[in-house]
Design a protein. Structure first.
Length: 140
């Protein structure tokens, strides 16, 4: 890991920004940012804003991790998680179909961010077609 300042710049070179689990980023309370995908996504947004600000001669902002909860898919039929945010003051445990729908929605949003809306739509369509055409059980 590379030690970074609150602005996600390395301590050795202000022109290098580091995100994700490669960054050892200390929060104002002394804790470290956890190595999670949601942290990397938040860091990427902040790093992009800071790079644009640096190029335009504006002040850079410090990154602060916001935990929005976690979801774990245990199988095709079982998902559990803890959601945090504006719905409740603390966290809300979810499981079963609701957790599965939230998990799939987050996964689709991730695909759209990576591939775009059109390609993600095609991938979803191909997935539906394959589900009909492929057998449910391998016979070998």
């Amino acid at each position: 890991q590379l030690v970074v300042k609150g602005t996600l710049q390395t301590t050795r070179d202000d022109d290098i920004f580091v995100i994700g689990d490669l960054a050892q980023c200390t929060q104002p309370d002394g804790s470290f940012v956890p190595p999670r995908a949601q942290a990397a996504h938040q860091m990427a947004s902040q790093a992009f804003s800071n790079i644009v600000a640096k190029l335009n001669g504006r002040e850079l902002k410090n990154y602060v991790y916001k935990d929005h909860g976690s979801l774990v898919s245990l199988s095709r039929f079982s998902t559990v998680g803890s959601l945090m945010g504006n719905l409740t003051k603390g966290s809300m445990m979810v499981e079963g179909r609701i957790a599965r729908v939230v998990y799939i929605s987050l996964y689709r949003m991730h695909l759209m961010a990576l591939h775009g809306v059109f390609k993600t739509g095609l991938m979803m369509l191909v997935g539906r077609i394959n589900r009909v055409l492929r057998p449910n059980l391998k016979l070998h």
